[in-house]
Ligand binder design. Structure first.
Ligand SMILES: [Zn+2]
Length: 465
């Protein structure tokens, strides 16, 4: 597989350090609010990366943190009149609910800052001992200029960075480029821990270096996150981790592009700020997942109602293909015909196309096209019925490919709820009794719920729209 490595600005062959387990780290959310679609994009994209690596037979250790110590959390605690710990717990729970709807698999480990304090303190002490950090009145800063590779990820030189950081310079810093590793406690209600520098808490960047080291070791295969994290967050992580260990921190860096809303930057002040929760009120989580994977992860993606509706109908086409095959498995009979056997073998080219696309820097857009080419063939090849074997094998391939993308995972795609089953059975009975008025009434009621019944030689088929 090739990935675009931000560190080298090139597509490179992805070769893990240790073949037996790929180690990847993705920056997680600051848990002071519900996640918005901009947050959701890296979670879905890099969950897909992980699913794909696993599909290709790799074992993956995936670490994604929760930033549960932050000014925003402390402010939210004041607003809501609860403790910062309660704020963290509340939004961590909400995070899992939201991403579960998007079929995101939980990470191998989801460490929290509040549970990593001893490792963070030891890390900061190590940086001071190495002469890379210094203390001023209970705060600890990292001396960015002392790390020779500073700027190598964001491809900026020290002078450019210096010019950019001259605004609002903290006078206690020896240099405007220096960044905080440890913050002294200022008010009583701030979260704080004992440290060699007095009561305080970690700065933001240090947690990822400490957690990555704790769970994945000194050098990891892949570090990923949103493009907005490249500088300063990821640049500072490199300075901390490589300054500490003297070894490369991450061999590959992947960054996803921005999200705009109706072609404008998403912001609270513009009123175009959507949480995943808002969207889930109107659309199924899989529709949002489909939308997020429908463009290449590195490009910008524009969120609009139109595009969500297009994603919804594309996903419906996938679901309908699955429903057709399930129906044929129920009603079809017998083994493959000779002709079917050839067709099924021919379907291998769609798997090959899918893999080729995903191998090319996780091109989910082309991978989705390969799935639709498969679906088009399946629809043609099953038009006048098919054997059980053919339906089963076709479904296996469809599930295999959509599974990597995290789509068509919902149970309700497979079976109808009891009430609908009842209605459909009732309609069959009405037709048998030649009570066509009743049969039509039921058909209309189902149509109102987005369900079309199609009478096929194999029985009634259910089509959702
Ligand atoms: Zn991070």
């Amino acid at each position: 597989m090739k990935v675009y490595n931000t560190l080298t600005r090139k597509k490179e062959e992805f070769i893990p350090l240790d073949e037996s387990e790929i180690r990847m780290y993705v920056c997680g959310p600051t848990v002071y609010n519900y996640i918005h679609i901009g947050n959701a994009r890296p979670f879905v994209v890099f969950d897909t990366m992980r699913k794909y690596l696993e599909y290709r037979g790799n074992k993956v250790c995936f670490v994604q943190n929760f930033t549960d110590v932050d000014d925003k959390i402390i402010n939210r605690a004041r607003e809501e009149g609860i403790s910062p710990y309660e704020v963290g717990d509340k939004y961590i729970k909400a995070y899992f609910e939201d991403v579960q709807a998007l079929n995101v698999t939980p990470a191998t480990v989801h460490p929290r800052v509040t549970e990593t304090i001893p490792e963070i303190i030891a890390f900061v002490e190590g940086l001071i001992q190495k002469g890379l950090a210094y203390e001023v009145d209970g705060d600890v800063y990292y001396s960015a200029r002392k790390f020779p590779g500073y700027g190598k990820l964001s491809k900026q030189n020290i002078e450019e960075l210096e010019a950019g950081s001259r605004v609002n310079v903290d006078e206690r810093k020896q240099d405007p480029l220096d960044f905080v590793l440890w913050k002294a406690q200022k008010t009583e209600d701030e979260m704080a821990w004992e440290s060699p520098w007095g009561m305080g808490r970690p700065g933001w960047h240090i947690e990822c270096s400490a957690m990555s080291r704790k769970y994945l070791g000194e050098t990891i295969d892949l570090h990923a996150g949103g493009q907005d994290l490249q500088f300063p967050h990821h640049e500072n992580e490199i300075a901390q981790s490589e300054g500490f260990s003297g070894k490369p921190f991450a061999r590959y860096w992947m960054h996803n592009g921005y999200i705009t809303v109706d072609n404008e930057k998403m912001s609270k002040s513009l009123g175009n700020f959507f949480t995943v929760r808002d969207i889930l009120k109107e659309f199924d989580g899989e529709v949002l997942r489909y939308f997020l994977l429908s463009g290449h992860y590195r490009g910008p993606i524009n969120f609009s109602r139109d595009l969500m509706e297009q994603s919804q109908s594309a996903l419906e086409r996938m679901k309908n293909a699955k429903a057709t095959l399930l129906h044929l498995i129920d009603t079809g009979s017998g083994p493959f015909t000779e002709e079917e056997k050839q067709k099924i073998d021919g379907y291998d080219r769609y798997r090959a196309k899918f893999i080729k696309a995903m191998d090319d820097d996780l091109n989910t857009a082309d991978a989705i096209s390969a799935v639709f080419e498969l679906i088009r063939d399946v629809n043609t090849d099953t038009k006048s019925g098919a054997s059980k074997d053919f339906a089963r094998e076709s479904l296996k391939l469809l599930n295999e490919l959509t599974g990597v993308l995290g789509l068509l995972r919902k149970k309700e795609n497979d079976s109808l709820d009891e009430e609908l089953e009842q209605l459909i059975a009732e309609r069959q009975e009405a037709r048998k009794q030649k009570d066509f008025a009743r049969a039509d009434a039921i058909r209309d009621e189902l149509a109102a719920r987005g369900i079309t019944l199609k009478d096929t030689p194999q029985g009634v088929q259910i089509i959702r729209s």
